[in-house]
Design a binder for this molecule. Structure first.
Ligand code: ADP
Ligand code: MG
Ligand code: MG
Length: 883
C-alpha cells in the first residue's frame, strides 16, 4: 500500500485531481511541483492514513514508518541535507490539510528537526547565530503549543519579562546570546510544566507532530466546524511534511501572501503583503506592519516602506511569472503563500482564493472575457445566495462601527434612521420625509404599513422565519430580528442594552447582513446593477428554462421586480392591500357586519380602492402575466384588538361597540391558519369574491385602455381542497367577468386557476385540473399541512429537530424534497395528465431558495415566483439548474 506521496524537483507523485486523497494543500503542492515551479521538496501522508488511524485504535499502517524514512531520504537528496544529521540537518515543516480548509485543525509547526545540536549546525551553515536561535525558539514555541498542549502565552510571558528586565521594546532588539539564553528558559518551562524534557530526537519530534495532526481531526473545534459546514467525518485530513525554506535569513529574505486578483473588488491586479526577514505566520499575526508587494499598491497606500517590486526585483519578477501561470492553469483567482530565502523565491501554497460577492462576479465575467472559462462556467461559479449582498445598500466598509447589540441577520442590507416604536408613528414620520427604523418586540400583520414606511426593522423577539424576518425579506428591507439583549419599553419610548439607552428619535443603523445594531448614522454604498452583474445575469437568462416571476403586492414591489428582471407577477396577495392603515377600518366594518347587506355596503367602499391598486399594478407590468389571489388570510387576523379599535369601527358603522365586541369574539379562532380562510371566505361570503373579481376585471379594462396592451390576467383561488369548491368560486368569477364585459363592451381574456397547498388538493389534482387552468404550489401552507406543523409556532422546537439531525434544514426555508416534494411531483403529474397544457408554478418562500428552485426545474415547473429582491437569485439558480 502506498501511504506516502512525494513532491519536489519538477515532479510529484500526486496532482491536483487527487485532492480527496492528498487534501487541498498537498494536492496543489504536488501540482505546482509538476508544473516545474520552485516548491521546497516534501511529501504528503494522505487522508487514507487518517481513516486507518481512527479505524485501528490510533495506530498507523505498518508500512508507514519505512515509507516516511524513504521520503525523508528523498528530500535529503534533493536538498543535500539529512534529517537528524548533526552537521548538515534537514529541517521541515509539518502542515495539516484536508479536502476543505478547516479552522480547528492543528496549526503548522515550522523548523522541525532543530535541537541543541542541530541549532549549532544551522548557526554554522548560515553564518548567522541569531537566525539559528530565533528559528529554534520559534520551533519550541510552536511545537509546545500545538503538539504538547503547552500554550503560547507562557513563552510570551517569559519573553516579555526578559524584555522588561533588559529595557528592550522590539523582538529585533534581542541578540543571539539573548535568544540562546531564552531557549534555555523555554525548555526549562516545558520540562517543568509537562514533566518531560522538550523532545530532542528529530524523529520523535516528527512522529509527535504527525500524531498531533491526525488527533486534531477529532478535537472539539474541528468537530463543531464540520457539523456547521456539513463536512463528513469520513473525509479525514492529510499531513504535509516539507523542507524548510527561511524567510528570516536577513534583509534578502522575506515571507508573504498574495492574491492574483483583488479579493474584495475583483480587480485583475496582484494584491498582497510581505514582510522582510520574517517567517511563516508573521504576516498574518500582525506583529509588524506588512509591506505592499507591487509598487502601484505602495503608492496607493502611501506606505514609506519599499514594495517587494523595488526591494526584491528578481523575486518579484519570478512571482509575477508564477502567478500568471498559476491563474491560467487553475483558471481561477489564486491565493498564494511564498517565501524568499536569500533572494530565491519558493512557493508554499496555492488555492482558489476566497472573495466577496462583488469580486466573484467581476472575476467570473473577466475570466470568461479573457477566454479562460466559458460563459456557462462563469454562471456556475457564482453562488446565487451571495447576490443578496449586492442588491442592497451596504455600510461603507471603511467606516468605524459602534456596535451596541447583535441579533439575527434576518434580511440583508443596511439602513439608518430615527427610532420609532410603533407602525403608526413610522407612517407619520415617513410622510414628513423622515427616515425611520421600526423597533418592535415583534411584528404582526398590522405592522405592514409601518414596515413599509420604515427603512429597516429591528425586533427583540423571533427567529429567521418570524413575521418580521419573512415580511422584511419580501420587501427587501434590512431586518435584524431576535435581538434579545435589547429591552424595549413602549410606554417610555426607549430601548436599552446593557448600560445604554436610546429613545424615540435617536438615530441608529441596522446591518441586516450580519445582524448588528449600531449607534448613529453610517455612510452607505449603493448597489450596482449594471456592469458585471448585468452581463452575468444575461448569460444566466440565456440558458435558463424556468420562468421567474415575483410575489408583489404593491406598485413599489412590482417596479423593483421589473428592474431585477421579473417576468410577471406570480402572486399578488390582495390582503396586503387590506391591511393598509386607512383601509383596515373598512375591512373591519366588512367582516363585523351581521348580514349581507351591511357587508355589501362596506365592500362597496373597498371596491374603488382595490380597483385603483390593480390598475397601477397592471400598468407597471405592461402585459406580463399577473396572478391575483383572492382574499386568503383568516378573518381572525383583521379583528380589532383594543377597545379603541372596536370603538373606532363602531363609530364608522354607527352601531353599539358592545355588540361589535361580541361579534369579534364570535369570529375569533383557536387555529386561524386552519380556520375561516382561503376559498372558505368566498364560499361563506360570496360577495367578497364578487367585489374582488369586479375590481380585478374593471381594472383590467381600464389598464388596457390606458396602455393599449392586454393584461395577462390570472385569477387565483386559494386553499382549495375539493373540485366542488373551485367550481363554485370559478362560476362566480366567470359570472362577474361576463357582467363587466357586458357593462363595458370590452374584450377580456383571463384564466382562473388555483393554489395547490393542501394534501387533498394534490391527491385530487387530476380532477381539479379539469376546471383549473393553472396551478401554483403554495409550499408554505403545503409544508405546514403535510408536516402538521404551524410555521408561526415551529420556532420553539424546529431548532431541536435540526440540532438532533431529524431535519437537515428547516423545511420552511428549503423544500423537503422527499415528502413535500413528492406531493408536488404527484400534483404536477396528475394535473398535467388531465390538462397537458397546465401552467404550473410555485409561490412562497421556497420560490427564492436556490436548492428549491433546482427542484422546481426538475419537476418541470413553468416558473417560480419569489420576493422582489430574490428575483436575480432565482434567475441565476434556475440557470444553474439547467446547466
Ligand atoms: P495555514 O493552512 O494556516 O496557512 P500553512 O501550513 O499553510 O498553514 O503554513 C503556515 C505558514 O507557514 C505559512 O505562512 C506558510 O507559508 C509557512 N510555511 C509552511 N511550510 C513552510 C516551509 N516548508 N518553509 C517555510 N515556510 C513554511
Ligand atoms: Mg497556508
Ligand atoms: Mg397559502
Amino acid at each position: 500500500n502506498k501511504w506516502v506521496y512525494t513532491f519536489g524537483d519538477g515532479k510529484a507523485e500526486g496532482k491536483a485531481s487527487l485532492r480527496d486523497l492528498l487534501g487541498g494543500k498537498g494536492a496543489n503542492l504536488a501540482e505546482m511541483a509538476n508544473l516545474g515551479l520552485p516548491v521546497p521538496p516534501g511529501f504528503t501522508i494522505p487522508t487514507s492514513v487518517c481513516t486507518y488511524f481512527y479505524a485501528n485504535d490510533k495506530t498507523y499502517p505498518k508500512e508507514l514508518q519505512a515509507q516516511v524514512d524513504k521520503a525523508l531520504d528523498y528530500i535529503g537528496k534533493l536538498t543535500a541535507k539529512k534529517f537528524g544529521d548533526a552537521a548538515n540537518p534537514l529541517l521541515v515543516s509539518v502542515r495539516s490539510g484536508g479536502r476543505a480548509s478547516m479552522p480547528g485543525m492543528m496549526d503548522t509547526v515550522l523548523n522541525l528537526g532543530l535541537n541543541d545540536e542541530t541549532v549549532e549546525a544551522l548557526a554554522q551553515l548560515s553564518g548567522d547565530r541569531r537566525f539559528a536561535f530565533d528559528s529554534y525558539r520559534r520551533f519550541i514555541t510552536m511545537y509546545s503549543d500545538v503538539v504538547l498542549g503547552f500554550e503560547h502565552h507562557h513563552f510570551e510571558d517569559i519573553l516579555d519579562s526578559f524584555k522588561d528586565q533588559k529595557g528592550y521594546s522590539l523582538d529585533t532588539d534581542l541578540s543571539s546570546e539573548d535568544w540562546e539564553m531564552l531557549v534555555g528558559k523555554y525548555k526549562d518551562a516545558v520540562a517543568h510544566e509537562t514533566g518531560k524534557d522538550f523532545p530532542q530526537d528529530p524523529h520523535d519530534q516528527l512522529w509527535g507532530a504527525i500524531g498531533a495532526v491526525f488527533s486534531s481531526w477529532m478535537n472539539a473545534r474541528a468537530v463543531t466546524y464540520r457539523r456547521l459546514h456539513d463536512i463528513p467525518e469520513s473525509w479525514g485530513t492529510a499531513v504535509n511534511v516539507q523542507a524548510m525554506v527561511f524567510g528570516n535569513m536577513g534583509e534578502t529574505s522575506a515571507t508573504g501572501v498574495a492574491f492574483t486578483r483583488n479579493p474584495s473588488t475583483g480587480e485583475s491586479k496582484l494584491y498582497g503583503e510581505f514582510l522582510i526577514n520574517a517567517q511563516g505566520e508573521d504576516v498574518v499575526a500582525g506583529i509588524r506592519t506588512p509591506q505592499d508587494i507591487t509598487e502601484d499598491a505602495r503608492v496607493e497606500s502611501g506606505s514609506d516602506k519599499p514594495s517587494m517590486e523595488t526591494a526584491m526585483p528578481d523575486a518579484f519578477n519570478e512571482l509575477t511569472r508564477i502567478y500568471t501561470l498559476l491563474e491560467k492553469h487553475y483558471r481561477d483567482m489564486q491565493d498564494m503563500e511564498f517565501t524568499v530565502e536569500r533572494g530565491k523565491l519558493w512557493m508554499l501554497q496555492t488555492r482558489s482564493g476566497k472573495r466577496t460577492a462583488k469580486a466573484a462576479l467581476r472575476i467570473a465575467v473577466e475570466l470568461a472575457h479573457e477566454g479562460l472559462i466559458s460563459q456557462n462556467d462563469a454562471v456556475l461559479r457564482i453562488d446565487p445566495a451571495s447576490l443578496d449582498q449586492l442588491l442592497h445598500p451596504t455600510i461603507d466598509p471603511s467606516a468605524k462601527r459602534d456596535v451596541v447589540a447583535t441579533g439575527l441577520p434576518a434580511s440583508p442590507g443596511a439602513a439608518s434612521g430615527e427610532i420609532v416604536f410603533s407602525s403608526d408613528e413610522a407612517t407619520k414620520l415617513q410622510a414628513d420625509g423622515r427616515k425611520v427604523i421600526l423597533v418592535r418586540i415583534e411584528t404582526s400583520p398590522e405592522d405592514i404599513h409601518g414596515m413599509h414606511a420604515a427603512e429597516g426593522i429591528l425586533t427583540t423577539r423571533g427567529g429567521m422565519t418570524s413575521h418580521a424576518a419573512v415580511v422584511a425579506r419580501g420587501m427587501g428591507k434590512p431586518c435584524v430580528s431576535g435581538c434579545g439583549t435589547i429591552r424595549v419599553d413602549y410606554g417610555r419610548g426607549t430601548m436599552s442594552i446593557g448600560g445604554r439607552t436610546f429613545k424615540t428619535g435617536d438615530v441608529i443603523t441596522i446591518d441586516g447582513s450580519v445582524g448588528q445594531v449600531l449607534a448613529g448614522r453610517m455612510p452607505m454604498i449603493e448597489p450596482e446593477l449594471s456592469g458585471e452583474f448585468g452581463t452575468l445575469m444575461g448569460w444566466a437568462d440565456a440558458v435558463r428554462e424556468t420562468g421567474v416571476r415575483v410575489n408583489a403586492d404593491t406598485p413599489e414591489d412590482a417596479r423593483t421586480a421589473i428592474k431585477f428582471g421579473a417576468e410577471g407577477i406570480g402572486l399578488c396577495r390582495t390582503e396586503h392591500m387590506f391591511f393598509e392603515e386607512t383601509r383596515i377600518r373598512t375591512v373591519r366594518e366588512m367582516i363585523l357586519s351581521e348580514d349581507e347587506q351591511e357587508r355589501r355596503a362596506a365592500l362597496a367602499k373597498l371596491l374603488p380602492m382595490q380597483r385603483a391598486d390593480f390598475v397601477e399594478l397592471f400598468e407597471i407590468m405592461k402585459g406580463l402575466p399577473v396572478t391575483i389571489r383572492l382574499l386568503d388570510p383568516p378573518l381572525h387576523e383583521f379583528l380589532p384588538h383594543t377597545q379603541a379599535e372596536v370603538e373606532e369601527v363602531a363609530r364608522a358603522m354607527n352601531t353599539d361597540p358592545r355588540r361589535l365586541a361580541d361579534r369579534a369574539r364570535e369570529l375569533s379562532e383557536f387555529n386561524p391558519m386552519l380556520g375561516f380562510r382561503g376559498c372558505r371566505l368566498a364560499i361563506a361570503y360570496p360577495e367578497i369574491a364578487e367585489m374582488q373579481a369586479r375590481a380585478i376585471f374593471e381594472a383590467a379594462v381600464e389598464a388596457e385602455k390606458r396602455t393599449g396592451e392586454a393584461v395577462g390576467l390570472e385569477v387565483m383561488v386559494p386553499l382549495i381542497a375539493t373540485k366542488a369548491e373551485f367550481d363554485l368560486v370559478k362560476a362566480s368569477i366567470d359570472a362577474m367577468a361576463r357582467e363587466v364585459i357586458r357593462e363595458t363592451g370590452a374584450k377580456l381574456e383571463y384564466q382562473v386557476g388555483t393554489m395547490i397547498e393542501l394534501p387533498r388538493a394534490v391527491l385530487m389534482a387530476g380532477q381539479i385540473a379539469e376546471a383549473a387552468e393553472f396551478f401554483s404550489f403554495g409550499t408554505n401552507d403545503l409544508t405546514q399541512t403535510t408536516y402538521g406543523i404551524s410555521r408561526d409556532d415551529a420556532g420553539s422546537f424546529l431548532g431541536a429537530y435540526v440540532a438532533k439531525g431529524i431535519l437537515e434544514i428547516d423545511p420552511f426555508i428549503s423544500i423537503d424534497r422527499e415528502g413535500v416534494g413528492e406531493l408536488v411531483k404527484i400534483g404536477v403529474e396528475r394535473g398535467r395528465a388531465t390538462r397537458p397544457s397546465l401552467k404550473v408554478g410555485i409561490c412562497g418562500e421556497h420560490g427564492g431558495d436556490p436548492a428549491s428552485i433546482a427542484f422546481c426545474h426538475q419537476v418541470g415547473m413553468n416558473y417560480v415566483s419569489c420576493s422582489p429582491y430574490r428575483v436575480p437569485i432565482a434567475r441565476l439558480a434556475a440557470a444553474q439548474a439547467a446547466l
